[in-house]
Design a protein around this ligand. Structure first.
Ligand SMILES: [Fe+2]
Length: 228
């Protein structure tokens, strides 16, 4: 958090793309609430598969995003989706969420970013791809129809990821704790350090983004772990 907020241009907002508290306890969310409040900037917390929505709402208040929510920063429209609703075949977006997002994009032609926890398309890592959004193709089909949408950004995969699709980017963000090894077919940790993704939004439709990482791990990391 200090790396993201110290120095440089002050941030207009902070998006946390899910899995907010590792132990899913009230104490954990209370701690996070204090940390976010101390930033003094708007915070937008998306639900992850390791989150408890009831505790998020209790402790984070308006920073806890609804299953679909939108907000605006500097003329850019931000849409937040909860991808953790369980379906028969895994985690999926509901038909209502997808239609609502389509309607928001129809109604507001301002530049737009979409945030959700799980990745909406395969990232080339079998064990992670079994835990993506199972109907991500429906989400991307809506995104394909709206040229003012500039990026879909996820958490969950604990690694940097970037692909271009039509008029927009699909971006994965490093975790603020341990990292998963890209393109690994089974669980494997990566020696890369924790980090975050910076998003610079310009009025002329330009989106600049980069990943920033800690110089070193704050504590020793065992790379031979077989799970987490
Ligand atoms: Fe996750």
């Amino acid at each position: 958090m200090s790396l993201a907020l110290d120095g440089g241009t002050p941030a207009d907002g902070l998006v946390i793309t899910g899995d907010l508290v590792q132990d899913e306890t009230a104490e954990g969310y209370a701690y996070l609430a204090r940390v976010l409040e101390d930033t003094g900037i708007p915070c937008f917390c998306v639900t992850g598969n390791h989150d408890r929505r009831d505790l998020m709402e209790e402790w984070l208040g308006s920073a806890a995003m609804e299953p679909i929510a939108d907000n605006r920063i500097d003329g850019w429209n931000l849409i937040f989706l909860d991808s953790t609703l369980p379906g028969e075949d895994g985690w999926r977006l509901t038909r209502r969420q997808v239609h609502h997002m389509d309607a928001l994009l129809e109604r507001d032609l301002g530049l737009c970013l979409v945030f959700l926890h799980q990745h909406p398309l395969p990232i080339g890592s079998a064990w992670m791809d079994a835990m993506g959004v199972t109907n991500g193709a429906q989400l991307l089909a809506v995104c394909d129809r709206h040229p003012h949408l500039k990026a879909v950004i996820c958490g969950h995969i604990h690694q940097e990821f970037s692909v271009r699709r039509r008029h927009y980017h699909i971006l994965g963000t490093p975790s603020t704790c341990f990292q998963f090894l890209p393109e690994s077919q089974d669980f494997a940790l990566d020696a890369r350090t924790p980090g975050y993704r910076e998003l610079l939004l310009y009025a002329d439709e330009q989106l600049d983004t980069r990943v920033v990482r800690l110089a070193a791990y704050p504590e020793p990391l065992s790379l031979d772990a077989t799970g987490y």
